[in-house]
Write a protein that binds this ligand. Sequence first.
Ligand SMILES: [Zn+2]
Length: 64
Amino acid sequence: MSNRLSPSTGSMLLTLCPRCLSFYREHPDEYQIKRISPWDGPKSSCTKCNWFGYDYLIVEKERP
Ligand SMILES: [Zn+2]
């Protein structure tokens, strides 16, 4: 399998609003973003700022 997602890779389940999500989007070399919530899913509170957000799995990419 080419999927290298392993327990040793840092990953975190976060609820992120668009503003906080943009931080990870701006660092595609460092983070891989997988959306958990469906696009029309319920909104939750952002983990970082308590604004509305959706659930994402943020995977830290391995550094060379
Ligand atoms: Zn936020």
